[in-house]
Design a protein around this ligand. Structure first.
Ligand code: GRF
Length: 218
């Protein structure tokens, strides 16, 4: 049985989409850096294993990363999923989980890394906006892209309406990426490229999806 650890900091709607996705044969644990994260209460109510690793208890970023990795590794995860986890993780931490650490970001990367993506998309006047699932590298919101979904930006959109449409797509593409990973259809190659097997389907949603399918290993 595969093991997944989901890291959250707040609301946890992406975590919920993963929990509701009926992922085949896996154990899921949830870890938050905030004890008051709403998503944590939801995971606890479902009886999932949970833990809190409070970043404020660690003066040094490295010490927080070490404590977090210890809590994660207690579950011997095949995959670690950042789902609205609002801490920047150090190089050593990222290297430890290389090829098994995914993040979701609310923009069509490489556009708008960082925060306030919806406001920035509106200010830039883009016609397409969306979300991206990517493997995590030490550079913020810059790792190899697994899947993206796009939404059109309407003339009367504000940041909230745009965020809501993007979030609905996040809830579709993140479970899809995790399903691929669990099925062994999604890998990060040694040279940092995403390999998605041709057997992987994209039946998840009607949005514009941009997976990088590649033939099975020759
Ligand atoms: C999502 O928009 C996600 O893309 C970003 O933070 C937000 C978290 O939302 N990284 P939730 O906690 O999953 O509801």
């Amino acid at each position: 049985m595969k093991s997944i650890v989901i890291l959250i900091s707040g609301r946890g709607s992406n975590m919920r989409s993963l929990l509701e996705a009926d992922l085949p044969g896996c154990r899921i644990a949830v870890i938050s850096n905030r004890a008051d994260a709403a998503g944590l209460a939801h995971a606890q109510a479902l009886g999932l294993p949970t833990a809190v690793v409070d970043h404020r208890a660690h003066a040094l970023r490295d010490d927080f990363d070490t404590a977090l990795a210890r809590a994660i590794d207690a579950h011997q995860p095949d995959l670690v999923v950042l789902a609205g986890f609002m801490r920047i993780l150090g190089e050593k931490f990222v290297a430890h989980y290389a090829g098994r650490l995914l993040n979701i970001h609310p923009s069509l990367l490489p556009a708008f890394p960082g925060t306030h993506t919806h406001e920035r998309a509106l200010a830039a006047g883009v016609r397409l906006h969306g979300c991206t699932v990517h493997f995590v590298t030490p550079d913020l919101d810059a790792g190899p892209i697994v899947i993206q979904a796009a939404v059109t930006v309407a003339a009367d959109d504000d940041a909230d309406s745009l965020a809501a449409r993007v979030l609905a797509q996040e809830h579709l593409i993140y479970p899809q990426a995790v399903r691929w990973f669990l099925a062994g259809q999604l890998q990060l190659t040694k040279d940092g490229r995403v390999r998605l097997s041709a057997a992987a389907g994209t039946q998840c949603c009607g949005a514009l999806i941009a997976p990088q399918m590649q033939p099975e290993a020759q």
